[in-house]
Design a protein around this ligand. Sequence first.
Ligand code: PAF
Length: 298
Amino acid sequence: MIVAGTRAELAAARARLAGPVVLVPTMGALHDGHRALLRRARELAGTGARPGTVAVSIFVNPLQFAPNEDLDRYPRTLNEDLRTCAAEHVDLVFAPGVREMYPAQQLVTVDPGPAGGILEGEFRPGFFRGVLTVVLKLFSLVRPDVAVFGQKDAQQLALVRQMVADFALGIEIEAVPTVRAADGLALSSRNKYLSSPERAVAPVLHQALAAGAAAAAGGPRAALEAARRVLALAGGALTVDYLALVERGTYGPVRDDAFEGAAVLAIAARLGGTRLIDNVPVQIGAGQPGMAEHAADD
Ligand code: PAF
């Protein structure tokens, strides 16, 4: 496994890589959710006589953190991450420092468009500008054929797809379903911040989404009300930033109660000082099953 810390090292390695090159962009602190991304990347790159390349980037991107957020305490576990990558048959890790990614102030950034201003974008202004800017830069440096993202960050995934389409980047975007703990909590590097009483409450996010999905045959309002009823059980322990239904492809809000079709039920909530997000795909409308499986192109 090659570990590149600089653009020059990456460029030298990139020149020798066999295609297809499949990139998994991460901020490190790798857990089983990331392992699922790495395994999917390995499948896509191939394992036969002439396998392609799995590349992973590990970079905690300051541009996507607001001044009041957790940039300083975000877990950084590079040595452990490198062991995980080696165990998952990764070929190349790009782990640059901040100066390497941003040698000068980043004056030109990616505007995430209208879907970047709602939900996460409303509660974390500047977040998607930071995400899309670093993802575009990683794409320019690594030049992947395919990039793999988790469905857990569904709005990020939708916006990356939009950016790839709008800028004709010619990179295939692959989504991997959310990996959950046995009690339903979506795996996240930020789960490490939870105290044990908070960890005990945290599965209510997924329970609420599952209740919403189960009620989805009754329409948008029924789905949202069912989810809200479950969230109420957590009482004051949980502060919900949003619970929302959005269209699957565009991530635009579902406003019409007569809406039928593929949607995403998404939530963000704070437990003490920790902010958690989660979502499930739902099929809204009469006679439809509740929680949908993600299609391969979700
Ligand atoms: O999902 C993440 O870990 C980050 O937002 C990403 C895509 C690596 C960009 O920093």
